[in-house]
Design a protein around this ligand. Structure first.
Ligand code: PRP
Ligand code: MG
Length: 211
């Protein structure tokens, strides 16, 4: 049988995803924290795991470089890839929110500057509200932007709320709940449907077991 290529995000959700896979009976003996390797194979020699940047998972899957991927809904909403979203893995739960300096309210009568790692998500949110905005794309430490006058507000992920709180910001409005999703390349799903469905049902049973 040919390998299914699975793209996983390096970083905070990797451990819990690996745990979920292990509970589903899919184990990667070579996967060690300290390793700099980026490709791993499962014991059954069915899955080839590639460890990529979280933001790149939708790209790998959309382009078919990976058959399957585990991606945060945040990166799916931002990239809007042409893929099938098959399963909510319910990991990495957090939300998208608009935040600003404590006490600041969203003014309706002027164009606002919004800093975000997710400019598409930000733009769409304010478009829905009919609020004109200009977005500034940042790649991290977004909470700094309102503090140093780079933006009026930010659109970012809020998990515990500690980062915004410790920087004197507060949530102005919630946008959408986020969690990790299983996504599948469309052509792969047509040609490898049996293998992919079997992989998905293993994960599904593991999820139901842990619910
Ligand atoms: C993420 C996100 C928020 C923070 C939310 O940042 O962009 O800043 O975590 O988590 P909290 O509500 O539990 O504080 P990350 O740590 O990934 O750093 P970066 O934005 O600089 O990449
Ligand atoms: Mg951050």
């Amino acid at each position: 049988m040919a390998y299914l290529t699975l793209a996983l995000a390096k970083g905070r959700t990797l451990d819990s995803t690996i745990e979920l896979l292990e509970n589903a009976g899919i184990t990667f003996p070579d996967l060690q924290e300290e390793s700099r390797k980026l490709i791993f194979y499962d014991t059954e020699k069915q899955i080839k795991l590639i460890a990529v940047k979280a933001i790149d998972v939708p790209t790998y899957v959309e382009k078919g470089a990976a058959d399957i991927g585990v991606s945060g809904k945040d990166n799916i909403l931002e990239a809007q890839p042409e893929v099938y979203e098959m399963l909510d893995l319910k990991l990495g739960k957090c939300k998208f929110a608009v935040a600003g300096i404590k006490g600041d309210t969203l003014e309706k009568n002027r164009k606002l500057t919004i800093a975000s790692k997710y400019p598409t998500v930000a733009k769409k949110h304010f478009e829905r509200k009919g609020q004109p905005v200009e977005t500034v794309k940042l790649n991290g430490s977004v909470e700094l932007a309102p503090l140093i006058g780079l933006a009026d507000f930010i659109v970012d992920i809020v998990e515990t709320g500690n980062t915004i709180k410790e920087n004197g910001l507060e949530v102005v409005e919630d946008i959408e709940d986020i969690s990790t999703r299983l996504i599948v390349n469309k052509a792969s799903y047509a040609t490898k449907s049996q293998d992919i469905n079997s992989f998905i049902s293993k994960l599904q049973s593991s999820l139901e077991g842990s619910a």
